[in-house]
Design a protein around this ligand. Structure first.
Ligand code: FA5
Length: 339
C-alpha cells in the first residue's frame, strides 16, 4: 500500500475526532501510522531514511494533538478552561460540584476576632495588630528575658537566617503598645498570630491566634485585672462563668496567673479537649513587671498595670462548640460552611 505522507499529515491536522477515536485511528494497532510504518519495506532504499523520519514526525504530531485533546485545549473558544480544577468546569449547572457556586466568607476565627475587638472597644480599649515576624528585643529583652535567661526556651520558636523570629505570643507587642498609646492611662488590645514549636492535639496548634491586653494607669491592682477579664469573658460567652485563677510563671509579670474555666464540653468530667482535667486554660495574665514598664519609658514608681494574652482559637472553640482546634486550620469546607 502506497502512502502519501503529505496527505496523511493534512488529514491528521484537520481531524476533529475526540481523544479516543483519534488515538485509535492514527496510533492504534491498525492505525494509519502503524500501516505507514509497515509500508517502509516497499519504499526504495535511498528514500527509506527520509520516509522513516517523516513517519516519526507524524507520530509525534499525533501525540501532541492527543495531549491537547486530553487537557481540553482544543475545546470551543467560548468554553472556560481551568487545568488546575479537579473537575470539568463546563459541566451542566445542575451537575456541577457545589464548590463552584460557593461564595467566599469570613473564617470563623476572623469573625470572632472582630467580635472580641468590638467588645474591647466598647470597654474603651485601643487596638493594634501584632507582627508575624519580630526581633529579639521585642520577643525577649523588652519582656524581661535577658540573654541566657532559661525561660527563653519556653518561647523559642523558628528563627530566620537574619535573626528574626516567628512570635510565640502577642506579648511581643507590649512594649510597642505602651510607647504608641502612652503616657498612661493606656488601654490596648493587640490581636495577632502566634507560632509554637510543639506537638498538636485537640487543644494545641503550632499556629494560632492570641489577643494581648495591656492596661496601665495609677493605682491599678490585681482586682482591676480580675474584674476586667471576667467582664470581657462574660460579655463574649454571654453567661456567668466558673473561673479559676491559678499561679503561673512569666518573666514579664509579677505576680503571674492563669485564667482557667470549667470545661463546657464535658461539664468538668474530663475529655480530650480539656486534657481530661475538667478545666481549660484560657489565658496567661499578671501585673506588668516594673522592668517591662521601664523598658517602655513608664515610671514603675508612679504607674502600675496588668496584661493578659488569651488564645482566640480556644475561646472560639468554646463559643462555637468545636471540639478539636485543628478543624480551624484545615480548610475543610464542610466544617467552615457551618459558621
Ligand atoms: C502566653 O503566651 C503569655 N504571653 C500570656 C501572658 C500575656 C501572660 C501577658 C502574662 C501577661 P501561654 O503560653 O500560657 O502564655 O499562652 C496563653 C494562651 O494562649 C493559652 O492560655 C492558650 O489559650 C493559648 N495557647 C497557648 N498555646 C497554644 C497552642 N499551642 N494552641 C492554641 N492555643 C494556645
Amino acid at each position: 500500500m502506497e502512502y502519501n505522507l503529505k496527505e496523511l499529515r493534512k488529514k491528521i491536522i484537520a481531524d476533529k475526532k475526540d481523544y479516543e477515536s483519534f488515538k485509535k485511528t492514527y496510533l492504534g494497532t491498525d492505525g494509519f501510522v502503524k500501516k505507514a510504518l509497515d509500508n517502509i519495506k516497499d519504499i526504495p532504499k535511498e528514500e527509506k531514511a527520509s520516509y522513516g523520519k517523516e513517519i516519526n514526525d507524524i507520530k509525534q504530531l499525533c501525540i501532541d494533538i492527543l495531549e491537547k485533546k486530553r487537557v481540553g485545549v482544543t475545546q470551543k473558544n467560548n468554553e472556560k478552561i481551568d487545568p488546575t480544577a479537579p473537575f470539568d468546569i463546563n459541566t451542566a449547572k445542575d451537575k456541577r460540584p457545589e464548590i463552584l457556586d460557593l461564595k467566599g466568607s469570613k473564617h470563623p476565627i476572623h469573625k470572632e476576632v472582630e467580635r472580641f475587638i468590638e467588645i474591647f472597644k466598647s470597654m474603651g480599649f485601643d487596638v493594634m495588630e501584632s507582627r508575624q515576624l519580630d526581633d529579639d528585643y521585642h520577643m525577649f529583652e523588652s519582656l524581661n528575658f535577658p540573654k541566657g535567661h532559661p525561660a527563653r526556651d519556653m518561647y523559642d520558636t523558628f528563627w530566620t537566617e537574619d535573626n528574626f523570629v516567628l512570635p510565640a505570643h502577642t506579648s511581643t507587642m507590649q512594649n510597642r503598645a505602651m510607647k504608641e498609646f502612652g503616657p498612661p492611662p493606656i488601654r490596648a488590645v493587640l490581636p495577632g498570630r502566634c507560632f509554637r514549636n510543639e506537638a498538636t492535639d485537640a487543644s494545641h496548634e503550632h499556629t494560632f491566634y492570641q489577643i494581648e491586653g495591656v492596661y496601665v494607669d495609677e493605682g491599678i491592682s490585681v482586682g482591676n485585672m480580675q474584674a476586667t477579664i471576667k467582664a470581657f469573658l462574660e460579655a463574649y460567652l454571654e453567661k456567668e462563668l466558673e473561673v479559676r485563677i491559678q499561679p503561673s510563671f512569666f518573666p514579664f509579670t509579677e505576680p503571674d496567673c492563669e485564667f482557667v474555666i470549667g470545661c463546657p464540653f464535658c461539664s468538668k468530667a474530663g475529655c480530650s479537649v480539656c486534657g481530661h482535667s475538667g478545666w481549660i486554660e484560657l489565658m496567661g495574665c499578671g501585673m506588668i513587671h516594673p522592668n517591662v514598664l521601664s523598658q517602655a519609658g513608664i515610671d514603675p514608681e508612679k504607674y502600675s498595670g496588668f496584661a493578659w494574652g488569651f488564645g482566640v482559637d480556644r475561646l472560639t472553640m468554646i463559643k462555637l462548640g468545636i471540639d478539636d482546634i485543628r478543624y480551624l486550620r484545615d480548610s475543610n469546607l464542610n466544617f467552615l460552611k457551618q459558621f
